[in-house]
Structure formats: C-alpha cells, structure tokens
Write a new protein. Sequence first.
Lengths: 447, 279, 295
Amino acid sequence: MKKFKKAAVLCMSMVMALSTACSPSTPVKETAKAEGAEVSKKTEPATGEKQKIVFWDKSEYIKEYNTIMAQKCKEFTEQTGIEVDYVIVPPNDIKQKIMAGIEAKNVPDLIVGDDALCAQFVTMDQIADVADLNAKLELTDTAKNIALLNNKEMLTPLAFLAPGMYWRKDVWEEKGLKEPITWEELKEQAKKVNDPKNGFYALGFPMGASGGGDAEGFMRSVINSFGGVVVDADGKVTVNSKETLEALKYVASLFEEGLVPPDAITWDDMGNNNAYLAGTVGVIFNSGSVWSALEKENPELLAKTQIIAYPAGPSGKTFVPGGSNVFATFKNGKNPEGAKQLAAFILNDKPAYQELVEAMNGMWQPVTAGSDETDFWKQPANVGWLANSKAVVRNFHPAPADEYAQQAFANQVCVKAMQKIIVNKMDPQKALDELEADVIAVYKDRK
Amino acid sequence: MVISKKSKVIKYGLTYGILGISLIFTLFPFYWMVKSSLTINKEMYLPRPQLIPTTITFDHYISLFKETQFMRNMYNSLYIATITTVVCLVISILGSYALTRLRFPLRKFLGQSIIVSYLLPTAVLFIPMYVAVSALGFNDNKNGLLIIYPTFVVPYCCYMLNSYFKAVPYSLEEAAMIDGCNRFMSMVKVVLPIAAPGIAVVATFAFTMCWNEYLYALIMTTSPLQQTVTVGISSFKFSDHAIWGLIMSASVIASLPVVILYVLAQSWLISGHADGGVK
Amino acid sequence: MFFKIDKNSIVQTDKIVGILFIIPAAIVIFGIMGIPFLRAVYLSFTDKVVGRPEEFIGLQNYITLFKDMTYWKVVKNTIIYTTGGVGVKLILGMILALVLNQRFVGRGFFRTVLLLPWALPGMVAAMTWRWMYDSTYGIINSILLSLNIIEMPIPWLSLPSITLYTVMVVNIWRGVPFFLFSLLGGLQTIDGQMYEAAYVDGAGAIRQFFAITLPSIGNILKITTLLSLIWTFNDFENVFLVTGGGPLYSSSVISTYTYDLALIQNSFGASLAAAVSVVPLLIMIIFLSAKAKAN
C-alpha cells in the first residue's frame, strides 16, 4: 500500500508537471497552425458567418421524438449553415440547471419545456419577445393564447399536452356503474368501488406540494368547475367565495372518507402515474404519458382503461386545465435570432412537424393550423386527445396571463390550503381565508 | 476482548443474532432493487407486491447496455472519483500532518475553518458554486467537478486523518528524526504506515462520496458524454414517468465498483489488522 | 532531550514545512469554497431573485423568516432529525463495530455486506425506499398485511406524525456504515495486549469497554459524530425524494426548506437567509466538539 501510494503520488506529480510543462508549448504550436485557419475564418463571414446555437430539448419517454428532432437540427444546419448543439435534458432537471445557468450568464439559446416552467423563466426576465417569430407561424387560436404572458408573445407553442380522465371501466362495470358525469356522482360511485383493504382506492388525485403542476392543476379544475374563481379576468382576487368553499369541502371529503390513497398528500407528479400503473387507483387525471406507458408496458390494463370527459360541477360547468410544450428563446443567449430561426424551421415544415407530433402517439397534439388533418387523428384512440387539446384552457384561467398568475400557481396556493384542511384539520373557511391572503400576497404589486 | 469460556456461547449467540437482524435491515432494500431490476414491466407495480418475482427477465440490463450511454457515465464517474480521491488524499495527508504535528501561525484557525465548507447546504450553495466554477471556463465539462469535489472531500479527509495521525505516538517520529529523517521522510516512513488502515478507510469513503454525488454533477454537466452515473440514473426519470427497470438495473451496476472497492479494502484491512502490532 | 541545541532550528523548519503542507488544503477551502460561500452569505441580506440584480435590504429576510411559524417548525424538525438520526447511527454503529471486531466465522462477509448502504447513491436509496414505503403498492405494507400485523396499510409517507421518522429511517440505514467503519478502523489500532492485561486484572467486558475501548477511540468517535452531525444536518436528497418535506412541512428540514424557497418559490435571498440562519448553530456544535477534544 505504501509503495502503491508513493507510486500514485509520483504519477500525479508527473501528470501535473507534464501538463504545466506542455501548456506553454502548445499555444505556440497552435498559433503557427492557426494562421492558416484564420484566413479561412476571415473569409467565412463574407459568405455567411459561422453561427452556432445551443438547443436544450426535453428527453422524452418515446425515443423517436428526440431522434426526429436531432435529424431536424441537422437539416437546419445544412440549410442555414448555423450549427446546432442539440442536447437532450431530462425535464426534471432542467429548472435547476437553467437557474444556475442564468446566474452564471451561461444559458442555452433555445429550450423546449412545459409552458408553466418556461413562464417562470419569463418572470425572471430571461426570455426574448417572440412576436416576430410567432407571426411567421400558422398557430391556431388556442395555441396563440398559450404564447401570451404579460400581454406579450413570449413563448412559441410546440405541442399541446391535453389531459384526460383515465377511468377503470372494468371496476365500475363490475359494480354496475356507468361513467360519472358530475363530481358528486363520481364521489358516490367512488364509495362503492373503493376497497382499501385490498389495496384499491377509487381516486388517484395528487395533493403533494412537490413543485410539479399536477396537484395545483387538479385543485384549480375542481374549483373552477364548482364556479369558484381564484383571480378574475381583471386581475382581482376573488377566491373567497361560497363556490370555492364548496370545492374545498368536496376535495377534503374525498380524502377524509378514504377514497384517495393517503400517500397522495405527498405525491409528486409521478405519484398518480405509478399508482395507476400499479392498478391501485381507479381514476386519475393525466396527459397522454400514462397512455403511452400502458401501451408499452401493460396492454392488458390499457384494455380496461377508458379516457372520459372531465366531471362537471353543480352547475354543469367543466374545466379542463391543460398544458403544452413550448419553445422559449433566451434573450441573453449567444444567438437568439438563430434560435428563432430554428423554431420556425421546425414548426413551418408541416409534414415533418406532423411526423414529430404523431411520433408521440397521441400524447402531443399539434398547434399549427391544419396539422391535424391526417389519418392519425381520425383513429379512435387519438380523436379524444385531439378534441381535448382544442378545449385546453390555461391553469390559472380566467386570470390575466401574467407573472402574478404564474407565480400564484407555482406557489401551489390551493394545494397548501387543501393540505391544511386535510392534515391540520383546519376549518375550511379559515383555510380559504388564508388562501386568499396567500394570493393577495402574490398580487399585491400588480397595478 | 477477552472473556471467559462460559460466556462464549452467549457471546456467539448474541453476535450472530445482532448480525442477522442488521443483515436483513441492510440488505432488504438491495434485494428490492435487484428484484425490481429483474422484473418484467407488467409486474413492476402490483397492488400487493410479492417478495419473490414470478418471472425473471434480463431485458432491462440488455437495454441498459445497448440503448443508453450508461457505460460512458460509469467511465466518467470512475475518472472523477479516482482522480479526486488521489488528489484529495495527498492534499489532506499533507494538511493533516501539518495540523497535528507541526506548529505554525494560524494553525488553530485553519484547523477549525476546514469544516466551513459543510456549513451551507448544497441545495442552495450549488448556484453560487456553479457561477464561480463556470467563471473559470468549465461549462458542460466533467473536469469542473475535479474543482468542486475537493471542497467536501478534503475537509472530510483532513478531519478523519487528524485523529488517525494523532494516535501515532510522537516518540516514534522523534526516534526517526534522530536517525536523520527529515519531516517528510518521517511522515512517509513512520506516520503513514501506522495510520495506513485509517487512510484506507478514508480513501474508500472519499471515493464513495465522489461516486455518489448528484447535485453538483447535475449542474456541471449536460451532455451524456460528460455525465456521471448519478445523473445518468436520474435521466431515466421522465416528466412524470420513471423507467424503473432501467433505474434499478443501472443502480445495481453503479454500486458494483464501490462494492468491489470495499471487498478489496476489506481484505487489506483485515491483514493490516493482523500485523497491526507495529505499535 | 537529546537535541536541545537544534530545537530552535527545528521549530523554524517546522513552521515553514507546516505552512507548505497546509497550503493546498487552504486553497481548496478558502480559494474554491470561499467566494461562493461569502457570496451566498451576502445574498442573504438582499432581495435576490434569480435572473434579476439584487438590492441590499439588511435584515429584512431574517425578520420575515423569524416571524414565520413554518421556519420554526422546520428548525425543530431539523434538530430532531439530526440529533435523533446521529444518536441512533452512533449506537448502532458502535454495537456493530464491536461485534465485527471479534474473530468469528464469516467476519469478512459481514464487514463488506454491512457497508453496502453507503455504496448506494443517496438518490437511488431514497427512490427505492419511497417505493417500498408506499401505502398501496409498497412492499413494507404488503409484508405487514400478509403477516397480519396490521389490518390497514400504514401511510408512512403522509401521516404527519410519522413522516419525519420515516425519512430518518432512510438516513439511518444509509449512515450506519460510516460509523461502523470509522469506529472499526479505530478499534483496530487498539493493542490487544491491553485487553489481556485488563482481563488478568479481572475486568469484565463492560469495564474493558469503558476503561480501554472508549478512551482509545474517543477521538475517532468525536470526529465521526461531528461529521455525521453536519452531514445529517444538511441532508437533502433523502428528505426531498422520500416525502418532499411534506405533508405541510411536517418532514421538512432546513435543506429542503431552502430548496423550496429558492427553486419553487423563487425567493433566493430568503432561502439563503434560512440557510445562513442556522450556521451559528453549526458553529456552536463545532466549537463544542473542539472543546470536548481539548479536554
């Protein structure tokens, strides 16, 4: 060991010595070589300057997506001469990486992320206005709506991620029950199919404040369909209403009566996926990601699953809060113009764009006009997703799309109120009062 | 310890009893990991999971090796962890020797401030840290970790080595110096051999700390060619869906090098103990 | 002393050698760590938000924080998590180290196997435990149910009164090996003859432990405990991935709380204030342990 250590020390010092000894000599060599290179470099700007962009794309469960995207980047380089550094980043990691990058003034030029995440970077004053880019695209009206933040077009939609209500048809039918139309009905049926002793809970509704959007999105959808309005279209905080109170009481009762797995209160966004795949819950709200996982991993469970319409509130209102994947262009990146060019290149090549979206197997829905006119979207399995994507409203609807709405959603105000009722047994009205105070705290600076 | 023969039976009973319980507690999560890595996707989640899988598959391992860059990640981790460990050991052996054996200005202050790097949680420190390291020009470069990791490995090594070095009687060194050894020689010839089992423990744990680090590695590296195992494993989690088969098989593979290291260190430790009568 | 004459020159060379030897470590600590550390401390006195320039606001962050009940709950959790976790790890580690220091069949096997939890990346361990804990598809509840120990699954991850202990178990599981092997390393440097002598003097096992074992490894014990205290204090992945600190901060500790403030609520200044606010506590621990060492 002693000898080994000595040898190791020796090796290390040799490496160090070598590297220090070599470093002065290498630049000399390089300058000698570089002269030739410099000539060609200098000539290049005349013909079209050598540009580069860094593009961080989401890694997707369906690999074809990333393959197609990489191919598109290559084609883009061939056509424009702009080099693309195509990097695949897992979506769970991207926020930390971007935030560190922002502080170090070292951000990519273009990213793909979900709209809620990218909106946060807009709030941080990092994203370029893309009105000029969006004008070149044939976005549908619903898609244009997503692009807006603080009355400016800050994001460029790539695809919708319409949600669906996953429903275990077999379990319901076993008890002679039909698909639920209202929230109240859903609860009554849930009581009948619930079987916690055998590890089966009727409802897989997430309620963890994990920072993912699932739980808050669920809360907003219940509150809205009960007629509650967290913040109205004028930006006024109107959450403290009879309707919201009813919605809170309703959700709390699902937990108190044991219709939801107790752990749901600490679920992150994977929680409901896992539980559904395990067959331990009967209903979840999710994008197509569970669908594609079922297709790949558990076709038998898929056969027992049906995607049905969202339940309606007492007045018959339904609310389908949806997400989307968007491009965001960093204004402090090295080449925001190049980034916009690439986004336009991807979205404007219709056949390629259709191929890209369809590779996601229904989980993504197109944002440009006419892209849904293919046979793919006429297949029964995909019709529902497409229809849902056209009804998508943003999570904080009807509040004006601004940084306050976004921040209130990110702070998971409704989830926290619900947790107080369920965990701390707080009186619902008191929780609602505190919820109102939380929202007002976010909105206090709004003019 | 020396105990009478009569109580020997009780002692062995107790020994194996304690070990048996700890063994179950220790190994169960590993069993679950290995079991999951061999489970087919359809049975990955079950409402009432069973201890023993009904069918076994190696598909997850096959796709891990064929379809992912995980072996590249393994190499990167090995590279980072080895270099960091060796460099940190050298730095810390020198530092600890100075702190425990030599008198020089600011010694007390330095000795206590070494722990300073542990005072703020990584969960927030990573952003200022990234700003500093990327200012040095490290950007999507695993070598940036070679700069960051010593900040938490060196304090650990120094603290542990301090106590091992202190246990070495000063008289032995004095004797060596009278024989004509200088400080460096007496450190290498007297202190290090006696403290060797301790150094081995420190080295093994230092390696493990680097191998298992996640947050800094995530921030520093972006392309799979630069990423380490922990980041690689976490990339098998998509937005809201985890590929458990890949995560678990990758975890099994990722723990192998460290386990091998432990086995090697173990056999060395035991023999080190056998001729530990140096003292 | 044989070398009275040389003493001065030895002190002199020791000084130079000492400084030379400590320089690399000092560079790592102050050079690399210093700037980010000081910047973090500075930012805790500002209204820093990622992406925007900061403004100095004095103690405002701290005042807001100290008025927040959640903060105090988190501090309390952190103290329970740290002292409880380290205490259990220390006791278990000590028992196992003593057991493994004996000669018996299979010793090498146990020594390696009991180290395994430390070999597993914390992130993987946390994810695996979370899965095992789950109230509907987790194996722990499944086993307890099939053994008829419980009638209904225990919601390990969501019952506010137990979630903190749920995450502590994972921390203990992963942390015992560190104690075990540091202490074992210490035990091995003890001269066996000392026990022989004690035995001849009629000292029993317990007296041998307190008279010989404990004093001999006292230093290692203190260092190990200190390091473990600090690591446990700042443990992040574990809590974050098992319960996320929830529900309603019932298992939240300082490190996850700061993460929540910084990355989810985007108030970086406040988050750093929370992190810095506990530094005095840590310094106190270090100071006390340094004092204990001196005695």
